[in-house]
Design a protein around this ligand. Structure first.
Ligand code: HSE
Length: 412
């Protein structure tokens, strides 16, 4: 059996490397007589590369070769990945991708195309890199109703927050270190503004709750406004700040989904996932909490997930696996402010006693936080549990404070 790899960057070259290195065991597990990469599509030249003889620049060579039964898309981006993947599925080829942007934006469409053409469209590597999560949710946890899912889904931001928490680095210093270490992209916007995590929680929420969740329906906030003061106040509270993608089943058949900085209490498994690691908590009605932890990015961990999907496709040639989700419905994702959680607030004050009196009167019971060396002009507190919109209204009515930071507190 022949495959083709589209995109010979970090992940694509890792896929070819793993397929070559573990060739014999992979072929055996694939239940095929052979599993060989016939073409590698990339517009760039790779002089001296051991796979130079397989390099092509014309996509039509792959499309028109009936020997190619499985195509790997590791190009990234929406275009031309979407057009190439659609054409392959229509031509009766299974497709494996690591491209979270593609799956988050076009997953339902591509899964439907795969079903129409009796082929498979698999994307284990699109969330959590080398961490098995898509297949465990769709197969191993299939007996459960998943109530909730929450994850540290972006390694770059987890590294930055870890440096702020453990080394007292500012956000800017930690970002520079992440870039120097090669974790963050040159333009790190998708990481630090939460868009990358948003794509991943969309994929997970679609899988867990059965309908496509589009990124533009998910409230997304990055970590750029988190300061060392927030880190210290939250430490005094007994927790840490993580960028979490969260999705939850609501009572009315709709779902809550959001990406925001969130406080997890020390002792939670998510609190101890540090550096570039990812961790994903799945709350099933039969299992309770199950946590998946590991390397969420990188050449070989991500390639491992892609190659496992190739093996799965090879085992299921001529048979569409029962895997996927349905079309989105209108207003499927509820307003994030209808969710209930306590809030952490840091605010500027001129008269601390006056502010405390007004907070007591308008918000009610709160827990004040402090740390050695905190500013006289700032106040930080944690509210009781409540519907976010209602808490925000109360907080907004306190005239003697100017809110600088708001972080949601979770119970994971
Ligand atoms: N930029 C992503 C991260 C890469 O830092 O997690 C993996 O999707």
């Amino acid at each position: 059996m022949y495959t083709a790899v589209m995109g010979y960057g970090t992940v694509g070259s890792g896929v070819v490397e793993v397929l070559t290195k573990n060739h014999d065991s992979i072929v055996k597990r694939s239940t095929q007589n052979e599993l060989e990469v016939k073409y590698i599509l990339d517009l760039r030249d790779f002089p001296g590369d051991p796979n130079e003889d397989k390099m092509i620049k014309d996509f039509n060579i792959i499309l028109n070769d009936d020997d190619i039964k499985i195509v790997v898309e590791t190009m990234g981006g929406l275009h031309p990945a979407f057009e190439f993947v659609s054409s392959c599925l229509k031509a009766g080829k299974s497709v494996v991708t690591s491209n979270k942007e593609l799956v988050a934006a076009k997953g339902y469409e591509l899964l439907s195309l795969a079903a129409e053409n009796n082929v498979n469209f698999l994307f284990e590597a699109s969330v959590g890199g080398g961490i098995p999560i898509i297949r465990p949710i769709s197969q191993c946890l299939a007996a459960n109703e998943i109530d909730e899912i929450a994850g540290i889904l972006n390694g770059t931001t987890n590294f930055i927050l870890t440096m702020m928490i453990e080394k007292n680095m500012s956000f800017e210093e930690a970002l520079k270190l992440a870039q120097d270490n090669g974790y963050a992209e040159k333009d790190p916007t998708a990481d630090i503004e939460g868009h990358d995590a948003c794509r991943k929680i969309c994929i997970l929420a679609s899988l867990c709750f059965g309908r496509h969740v589009y990124p533009d329906s998910v409230y997304t906030e990055g970590i750029t406004k988190i300061t060392l003061e927030d880190v210290a106040f939250v430490n005094a509270f007994g927790g840490v700040i993580k960028l979490l993608g969260r999705a939850k089943r609501m009572e009315n058949g709709k779902i809550f989904a959001a990406v925001t900085p969130a406080i997890v209490l020390n002792g939670s498994q998510l609190a101890s996932a540090n550096d570039v690691f990812n961790a994903i908590l799945v709350r099933g009605d039969a299992t309770g909490d199950v946590v998946f932890y590991g390397k969420g990015a990188g050449k070989l961990p991500t390639a491992s997930a892609v190659v496992a999907d190739i093996i799965d496709c090879a085992r299921n040639i001529g048979r569409k696996k029962p895997f996927g989700w349905g079309e989105a419905t209108e207003n499927y994702v509820v307003d994030y402010k209808t969710a209930e959680n306590p809030l952490y607030i840091r605010a500027e004050v001129t008269d601390r006693d006056k502010a405390k009196a007004e907070i007591g009167e308008k918000i009610g019971n709160v827990k004040y936080l402090t740390f050695d060396g905190c500013s006289e002009n700032e106040i930080a507190f944690v509210t009781e549990n409540g519907v976010e919109a209602e808490l925000l209204e109360k907080i907004g009515s306190v005239e003697s404070i100017s809110v600088k930071s708001l972080i949601r507190i979770t119970d994971y």
